[in-house]
Write a protein that binds this ligand. Structure first.
Ligand code: KIV
Ligand code: ZN
Length: 512
């Protein structure tokens, strides 16, 4: 029997640390449900001590997810660990993941601790975490820039205390494949009790080598867990991309010889969901999940594919969940068909009132757009989640005028807590005019860092999905909005970003 490679997904924790990617509790639950359908082994649901919002999200995920192990990150101190344990209480299978930096640079400059102090803290943290669960993961942060002798001392000691997974972190994406794989191999050879734990890789993509480093950790180092995120989401250049690891190990089973528990047909739905919720678009040429990943443009390739698919195709699009955009619903579809499609997409709406509200948004959309795709349904569910927030701005209507040679102008109506705002402005273009009109009524003082428009499906009928990234006082948020009219989508995205900026749940990022 081939050995299993454990897939540990950290989209909801490390992925969420990318600027603007913070998610609401409900959005996290939707992603967690999709990760469960994907059959990931471990879901790192967040960092319980980082904020009340993170704590509540982990708690909610721990109570709804049954098949995957639920994990919370915690620094190596009792308060963080107790908070993680409390958030995980309802989980059927729980893991506490504790970490402390072990590189000379981090210990001296960031922690201001001596190596001996770090060693003691790591031991105490694992010992304490074991009081709550038998499944304890320990990460030497900045492991790839740490000294081997010190790593051996720390890791041997934490395994003795009961750490069951050792996660060798390349925190700053500094590693190169052979060196990283060999570091893990050497550690496993030198540490006498190394066989008592599963070894794991955790890589960042600063030099574009996160996937290569992770696979070297598996093949050279003997790691049997890979930490990764959907679409490679993560701080700076991101983390190891789950879809690339999974498809490399599956497609080249001849080389890796490892089993996976993943249902690969759920990869593309997971990619689309994460992209749609975070507002981080997937580049078209991204491996496995990019729109062009299976598109053969050259005549020679197309000819080859028609004669025998495997001339130019190493994986099948349908195996990772690509299906030709299916028209799933239309104007005449009834409530039951709509509800059934929501269920098939794994969307559970809170109450009957939520289903009714989503159905009426669906009907409005179907009046304007003949064919409704799954992607449209996902977007309208997201819109609904935003609309449920009491203290939030809601888009009501807009009109805009633009003509060659004239200054575009726009008028918008939006509301908050029963109060209606009506505003008009001009701008360089219709989107600029709309943003100016909103700012004239509710000045935010925020800086717009990013404005992007993507077609949700194919054709000019498609809804446009807009992302607006705003920054204010060091806080960065992404707002998203979808509509067949991209000016309306832009207005919704801007209001959604303002809502996130005013949200009270500040995040504390202990790694900064
Ligand atoms: O990159 C890193 O070091 C981390 C650890 C907390 C595992 O994310
Ligand atoms: Zn990380």
């Amino acid at each position: 029997m081939a050995e299993k490679l454990i897939i540990f997904d950290t989209t909801l924790r490390d992925g969420e640390q990318s600027p603007g990617a913070s998610m609401t509790r409900d959005e996290k639950i939707r992603i967690a449900r999709q990760l469960e359908r994907l059959k990931v082994d471990v879901i790192e649901a967040g960092f319980a001590a980082a904020s009340p919002g993170d704590f509540e999200s982990i708690k909610a995920i721990a109570s709804v997810i049954k098949d995957s192990t639920i994990c919370s990150l915690s620094r190596a101190n009792e308060r963080d660990i107790a908070r993680a344990a409390e958030a995980l209480q309802a989980a059927q299978r729980k893991r506490i993941h504790t970490f402390i930096a072990t590189s000379p640079l981090h210990m001296e400059k960031k922690l201001r601790m001596s190596p001996d102090q770090v060693l003691v803290q790591a031991i105490q943290a694992v010992r304490y975490a074991r009081q709550f669960t038998e499944d304890v993961e320990f990460s030497p942060e900045d492991g790839s820039r740490s000294e081997m002798d010190f790593l051996c001392r720390v890791i041997e000691a934490v395994i003795r205390e009961g750490a069951t997974t050792i996660n060798f972190a390349d925190t700053v994406g500094y590693a190169v494949p052979e060196l990283y794989g060999n570091m893990i191999k050497t550690l496993r050879e030198r540490i006498p009790n190394s066989d008592k734990a599963v070894w794991s890789v955790h890589c960042h993509n600063d030099l574009g080598m996160a996937v290569a480093n992770s696979l070297a950790g598996v093949m050279i180092g003997g790691a049997r867990q890979v930490e990764c995120t959907i679409n490679g989401l993560g701080e700076r250049a991101g983390n190891t991309a789950l879809e690339e690891i999974v498809m490399a190990v599956r497609t080249r089973k001849d080389h890796f010889g490892l089993e996976l528990g993943i249902d690969t047909s759920q990869i593309v739905p997971a990619s689309k969901l994460v992209s749609q919720i975070t507002g981080f678009a997937v580049q078209p040429n991204k491996a496995v999940v990019g729109a062009n990943a299976f598109a053969h443009a050259s005549g020679i390739h197309q000819d080859g594919i028609l004669k025998a698919r495997d001339t130019y195709e190493i994986m099948r699009a349908e195996d990772v969940g690509w299906s030709a955009n299916k028209i799933v619903l239309g104007k005449l579809s009834g409530r039951n068909a709509f509800r059934q499609r929501l269920e098939e997409l794994g969307i559970t709406l809170g109450s009957e009132a939520d289903v009714n509200a989503a159905f009426s948004r669906f009907k409005e959309l179907a009046d304007r757009k003949a064919e409704i795709f799954d992607e449209d349904i996902l977007a309208l569910v997201s819109d609904g989640e935003q609309a449920n927030e009491v203290d939030a701005f809601h888009f009501v209507s807009l009109s805009q005028r633009s003509e060659t040679g004239e200054l575009p102008s726009a008028k918008i109506v939006f509301s908050r807590a029963g109060e209606e705002y009506i505003s008009e402005a001009t701008g360089n273009g219709p989107v600029d005019a709309i943003v100016n009109a909103i700012e004239a009524k509710v000045p935010s003082g925020a800086e717009l860092l990013l404005f992007s428009v993507n077609a949700i499906t194919t054709g000019t009928q498609s809804q446009g999905e807009v992302t607006m990234r705003l920054s204010k006082a060091g806080r960065i948020v992404n707002g998203t909005g979808a509509d067949p009219d991209i000016v309306v989508a832009s207005a919704k995205a801007y209001l959604s970003a303002l809502n996130k900026l005013q949200s009270k749940t500040e995040k504390l990022n202990p790694q900064i």
